[in-house]
Write a protein that binds this ligand. Structure first.
Ligand code: ADP
Ligand code: ZN
Length: 817
């Protein structure tokens, strides 16, 4: 890349919520190394933080320029393509380039420093000084004594105001203290171990062996081991073989050497997986593969949608294209939604491609992540399987990107930078001129539309492999069940309860789905109807039986259930609505001898918990799996023949134009877990809205029906895919301020709105209060994304700088609440 030698000035992207880069000067000694893509420790206020050199500065700014303190890498972490890609993401999503770059790198590798102060304890001088200080300053000085370096920020926290600064200034001018920087080292570093290896070539070792054979058999054993494996032996193993003195002796003779070696922390739990044999493709798979191979051969950007029913063998198609891509010496990137799915998916790839598969997701330990990233960067992986941020995997010979379950909302990041991994994958594919394969049984509305219109190649797998039937779906009208007058929460309808018992009797497995964790929805006062709400968010608290606490699912606020109603003082409480914990209890009551496992956010907090649960289902130890949407994602469990969807209604009630699409996807995906083996599956869906179009479309496996029904509604409102959106959320701890700012922003935008641009709102956000902040929202719409984004950004930037920070900008939002 271009170097900074000419001007000595570089542009540095900082991982802060600001959209511009910063100019720094590079000291002459560092200039040759200050290439784009290396990290730099740079001063920012009183700290030094890690930033990313993105190129030479085009011109010197008017303000004084500070100098780069240190460069942190010998080799760039980002090549020209990754710089261009992260830049594109920052520009498109109206966010910070530095934040995008940080997202693209393994976490925990950055350095930072803070200002600290240290006494120079000479002296009577100091003692004399103490007498002249006021009481607060004496206290501060006492806190400094004998402590070595103390962070200025921690002192200021204890003594707010100006006293700390005054004292430090005073001590420094009298040469009684010095101010410097304290380093915060990276949280994650490469792991090393001590190993021994041969110090000379084989020819020199063999005669030595002959001489030593009789006298020193243990030393010989070690030498032979090193000759055989032609690699290294850990220091501990070497000592076990030859004894400590034997190892020392061999080192003294110059035959072996002790060295430090980097070790890879491997995420693979079991050492190896069994190799799988590729099956004969079905005609539909063959046709899809042929279409894709055309794309691979074309050497151009080739977006395609593989629209295949659940269990139609999409993964097999991915494996075959990847095989071809790898054969051509290129690499493949496979994205899967969230960590729930990654390990098992990765196993299927490892079974076909062995050790050339790398894994990247947030369920790995930071060390494992760093090491997997390093392997990829060094070109040691042909296939990378990973979740959202793996779209930034540093592959230099990328030849194909697969986005499995491309409809999944978890591809969108909810905090800054708010990128959508599927859309970044498409952009990356376009930049590189390679195929991007989106796969789903329930495509995103946008993707389906583009495939229908011919923007993407549409490839269809209409049937399950081996002519397995799709599961039969039965809708249960819960209004009738209720009318039958049974008391208590209606968790299991009669038909579902019967089906559970019959399935267990046949020795088959069951999946029960409910998209609501916790025990009960509401704790309600029987006297006055008061329901306990979160003090910081506008939602009710959810009762969790495990620790008998009321919890907020948005901010994790917890409290004990009150003994008395805070409003009327009544002592009778009722629980209303049910969550997965209550389903678990009801299931155990219904089937006391069955082994029941619950999988939701509360049972999967520990690392690899997902994996253990899914394995136990795979191996048949779990007979009934209960879970939230994480159980519905792509798992292939041949033993499950019954799926019960306890309530199809929750996803329909969200105030979002994607509610229909979401409901369809959720029902189809969860239902798709049934009957994937030799025995046919059955799905029972409980609902209070049995006539809703998305439920009927899901029952009939008719995505096109959903597409057609929604089309006029979306077209008319200019909603995706017929228009683009930017969601603006203005928040403040003060209610009136949030509203006023939202109105001010709306005014600024409307003044500048040209014809194809439109604004909805401001209106209170559906989640009106979140973590103590009131939220108002605006929805900006336009048919041309570039014009839309520019309009929005110009509007936001007209607000005073301090107000801009309270505006969240979400480009292509997937959640409108
Ligand atoms: P999808 O990803 O479309 O839901 P999978 O790829 O998981 O479907 O395939 C479903 C099952 O069918 C898997 O167990 C897979 O091994 C198997 N399978 C896929 N293709 C074939 C084929 N051509 N012949 C036999 N079995 C197949
Ligand atoms: Zn809350």
């Amino acid at each position: 890349m271009i170097e900074s030698e000419s001007t000595g000035l570089v542009e540095v992207a900082l991982p802060l919520k600001v959209r511009h880069t910063f100019t720094y000067e590079v000291p002459p000694a560092l200039r040759a190394s200050a290439v784009a893509g290396v990290r730099a420790l740079v001063p920012l206020g009183e700290r030094r933080i890690t930033g990313y050199v993105v190129g030479p500065a085009s011109s010197a700014p008017d303000v004084a320029v500070k100098a780069v303190h240190e460069l942190l890498d010998q080799q760039p972490l980002l090549d020209a393509h990754m710089l261009a890609l992260t830049r594109w993401v920052a520009d498109y999503y109206l966010t910070s380039w530095g934040l995008v770059i940080r997202t693209s790198l393994p976490p925990g590798i950055d350095r930072s420093t803070s200002r600290s102060v240290e006494l120079i304890e000479s002296s009577e001088l100091l003692a004399r000084e103490v007498a002249r200080l006021g009481p607060t300053q004496q206290e501060i000085l006492a806190a400094l004594k004998g402590r070595g370096r103390v962070l200025l920020s921690s002192l200021r926290r204890r003594w707010p105001g100006r006293e700390v600064d005054r004292l430090v200034q005073h001590l420094v001018t009298r040469q009684l203290a010095r101010v410097g920087y304290s380093d915060r080292l990276p949280a994650v570093r490469p792991a090393r171990r001590s190993v021994v290896r041969l110090a000379t070539d084989r020819a020199a070792v063999e005669p030595a062996l002959a001489v030593m054979r009789a006298r020193a058999p243990r030393q010989c054993a070690l030498l032979e081991q090193l000759l055989r494996s032609a690699t290294t032996v850990t220091a501990a193993e070497a000592t076990a073989i030859a004894g400590a003195s034997g190892v020392r002796g061999l080192i003294a003779k110059g035959l072996i050497r002790r060295v430090e070696e980097e070790v890879e922390r491997s995420p693979w739990e079991g050492a190896t997986v069994e190799r799988s044999v590729p099956p004969q493709l079905t005609p539909a798979q063959r046709a899809a593969l042929d279409g894709l191979l055309e794309g691979v051969a074309s050497g151009a950007f080739f977006p395609a949608l593989l629209f295949g029913t659940t269990g139609s063998g999409k993964t097999e198609v991915y494996l075959r294209v990847i095989q071809e891509v790898v054969r051509l010496g290129r690499q493949a990137l496979v994205l899967v939604p969230e960590i729930a799915l990654t390990p098992l998916a990765a196993d299927r790839f490892r079974a076909r491609f062995g050790d050339r598969v790398a894994l990247l997701h947030s369920g790995l330990s930071p060390g494992e992540r760093l090491d997997q990233w390093g392997r990829i960067k060094k070109g040691m992986a042909d296939i990378v399987v990973g979740a959202r941020s793996a779209v930034f995997a540093p592959l230099s010979r990328l030849g194909l990107i697969v986005v499995d379950e491309e409809h999944d909302p978890s591809y969108k990041q909810h905090d800054e930078p708010r990128y959508h991994a599927r859309d970044v994958a498409l952009a990356r594919g376009e930049m590189l001129g390679i195929p991007v394969l989106l796969g789903s049984a329930t495509p995103a509305y946008e993707s389906f539309h583009r495939a229908k219109e011919g923007t993407y190649r549409l490839l269809v797998l209409p049937e399950r492999v081996e002519a397995r039937p799709l599961p039969s779906m039965i809708l249960i009208d819960m209004r009738e069940e209720k009318a039958r007058g049974e008391r208590g929460p209606h968790i299991f309808s009669r038909p579902l309860a019967d089906a559970i018992k019959q399935t267990l009797a046949k020795g088959e497995q069951i999946l029960l789905f409910l998209n609501r964790r916790g025990y009960a929805r509401l704790l309600l006062c029987r006297e006055c109807g008061f329901a306990l709400r979160c003090p910081r968010c506008s939602v009710s608290l959810i009762y969790h039986a495990a620790d008998a606490r009321m919890r907020c699912h948005y901010c994790d606020h917890r409290e004990r259930p009150p003994a008395r109603c805070p409003k009327c003082g009544g002592i009778g409480f009722g629980l209303l609505g049910y969550g997965t914990q209550q389903v678990e209890a009801a299931t155990r009551a219904l089937a006391p001898t069955a082994s029941v496992t619950r999988m939701d956010r509360d049972t999967t907090r520990r690392r690899r918990a997902h994996q253990h649960i899914l394995r136990s289902v795979e191996q048949g130890q779990t007979q009934i799996l209960i879970g939230t949407q994480m159980v519905g994602k792509g798992h292939d469990f041949p033993g499950i023949t019954l799926v019960g969807i306890l309530s199809a209604d929750a996803s329909m009630q969200i105030p979002d134009f994607r509610a229909g699409e979401r409901t369809y996807a959720l029902l189809t995906q969860v239902a798709g877990r049934a009957g994937r083996g030799d025995r046919p599956g059955q799905v029972i869906i409980q609902t209070y809205n049995p006539d809703h179009y998305s439920i009927l479309a899901a029952r009939d496996n008719d995505y096109d029906a959903l597409y057609q029904i929604e089309r006029p509604l979306r077209e008319e409102r200019g909603l995706p895919p017929f228009g683009f959106l930017v969601l603006l959320v203005v928040s403040s701890p003060r209610e009136t301020e949030a509203q006023e700012r939202a109105e001010q922003l709306a005014g600024l935008l409307l003044e500048r709105a040209a014809a194809p641009l439109a604004l909805e709102g401001p209106a209170p956000a559906p989640l009106y209060r979140l973590k103590g902040r009131y939220r108002w929202q605006l929805l900006a719409k336009g048919s041309d994304p570039a014009k839309l984004h520019q309009w929005v950004m110009e509007g936001v930037e007209l607000l005073p700088a301090s107000d801009q920070r309270s505006v969240e900008v979400d480009v292509d939002p997937v959640d409108l609440c």
